[in-house]
Design a protein around this ligand. Structure first.
Ligand code: 2M8
Length: 446
């Protein structure tokens, strides 16, 4: 394994850790896509591929570019890039093509099977990072291939998901947020639990439901969302399917609609990068899209309340006052007014969030906090990466470096590339040999 940047060699233990990370990425490489992990996630996920490309650029920029370009194979005629593009594999995944049946709705650009929802639009960020590792000619060539599809994706986000020109796009499923069981979303979805779920729970408690789920054989169920929540998420997929994944139809159903703060923050940052990419590729951004981009930056302030940023219920316009890691992503977007930065950073670095082993995805004193349960408390390496980047933007170099050092430390202490880690004792949880943990570790060590 070459030492990063070819400069000061890493200490032996970190060099070995990096080698483990490189090995995980190689083992999860399926050609020009990388699966998030060999066990739980055998397909291509949108934002996973972006984080993966950010790490791969240090090993092989062309391969990193291929990872991003391959996302365009899944693009829908209207411009959506789906959250999962299904690989040709017989490996089991609990929300596979049969749950979505998207081939009845449309054919994707590359004729591949996909889901009918999207995921945080990290592509432009990843593309710019990959571009930095290329020569100018390579980069322009890469951007020319990526830009038309990427612009169409951003257009789709606004046209389809911000029909009232509020500046904030609405999500139709917690899987679009990437934070499956984050309390903000679970509070919105609980009321739409299927009747059978409520009935089974009444008769048998959770046991009957647990026996029916098939997603978590590799991982202890208490590290994932509850069976009731999982079946509720399936019910929402069924309703989306019936609505043919069309927002104007979905709007009239029971499906919870959320202007997710993290997703919109990532979109705002991606818009900035999209302008860079389009410029270099020599492809113009439509005027109306530029207007929407500006509107988004301004709209973020509407999500500020009591010293934090919150997601908003699209239908009622009410803020969803549940503090989570998502509350800090506006730093990454670069839209936090100067007089709010100090307070926000102070909250982030307080022991409620920054526990011994890193930033908890739900504050440690929150009734919903569970240290090893998925998006309900654990430390996530991608969140650390995004927040550290946001802190850099605001000149908080020391805090940003501390988060990165802490990220390396928690991975080193466990010795493995886990999906997430307990903020209390640093133990790894979820899937092991997880791609974005590996890729972002490589990036942080570079
Ligand atoms: C998790 O989500 C998938 C559904 O998309 C699942 O639970 O099966 C989330 O952690 C998500 O953010 C991530 O992209 C995906 C693959 O790593 O797994």
């Amino acid at each position: 394994v070459p030492s990063p940047a070819g400069e000061i060699p890493l200490p032996a233990d970190l060099a070995a850790l990096r080698e483990t990370a490189v090995g995980v990425l190689r083992a999860n490489d399926l050609g020009d896509i990388t699966r998030p992990s060999p066990t739980l996630y055998p397909h291509q996920w949108l934002w996973d591929s972006c984080f993966i490309a950010i790490g791969l650029r240090h090993l092989d920029p062309a391969r990193a570019a291929a990872e991003l370009l391959s996302l365009l194979r899944g693009q829908w005629p209207g411009g959506m890039i789906p959250h999962v593009i299904f690989a040709e594999t017989t490996d089991y995944y609990h929300a596979g093509p049969q749950r979505w049946r998207c081939d009845r709705v449309c054919t994707t650009a590359g004729g591949v099977q996909s889901t009918g929802v999207t995921q945080p639009p990290m592509i432009a960020e990843a593309a710019v990072r990959v571009g930095e590792a290329m020569t100018r000619d390579e980069r322009v060539d890469f951007y020319r291939r990526l830009a038309p599809g990427l612009i169409r994706f951003h257009e789709w986000l606004y046209r389809e998901r911000d029909p009232d020109d509020s500046g904030l796009v609405a999500l139709v499923h917690s899987w679009e947020s990437g934070m499956d069981n984050t309390p903000t979303w679970m509070e919105m979805t609980k009321p739409v639990a299927p009747r059978t779920v409520r009935a089974l729970r009444r008769i048998n408690g959770d046991d009957a439901l647990d026996a029916l789920r098939r997603d978590s054989k590799e991982v202890p169920p208490d590290e994932r969302l509850t069976s009731a929540d999982l079946f509720t998420l399936y019910r929402i997929v069924r309703e989306l399917r019936r609505s043919r994944y069309d927002f104007r139809t979905i709007r009239d159903t029971f499906v919870p609609l959320v202007q997710d703060v993290a997703f919109n923050a990532i979109l705002i940052r991606a818009n900035e990068h999209l302008v860079t990419i389009a410029d270099e590729a020599g492809i113009p951004i439509p005027r109306w899209l530029s207007r929407s981009m500006r509107r988004s930056r301004a709209a973020m302030s509407e999500l500020w309340s009591d010293g934090l940023y919150f997601s908003r219920d699209f239908r009622t316009g009410e803020l969803l006052h549940h503090p989570t890691i998502a509350s800090f992503l506006p730093l990454y977007a670069g839209v936090v007014p100067d007089d709010q930065v100090d307070g926000l950073v102070k909250t982030l670095l307080s022991p409620r969030y920054w526990a011994r082993y890193g930033i908890a995805s739900v504050p440690t004193d929150d009734p919903a906090f569970l240290p090893r349960c998925y998006w309900q408390g654990p430390v996530w390496v991608n969140m650390n990466w995004l927040i550290a980047d946001g802190l850099d933007r605001y000149g908080r170099r020391e805090a940003a470096d501390a988060i990165r050092a802490n990220t390396v430390e928690v991975i080193r202490a466990s010795g493995s590339m886990f999906e997430y880690y307990s903020p209390l004792d640093g133990s790894g949880a979820g899937s092991n040999r997880f791609s974005w943990t590996s890729a972002l570790l490589i990036d942080i060590l570079a």
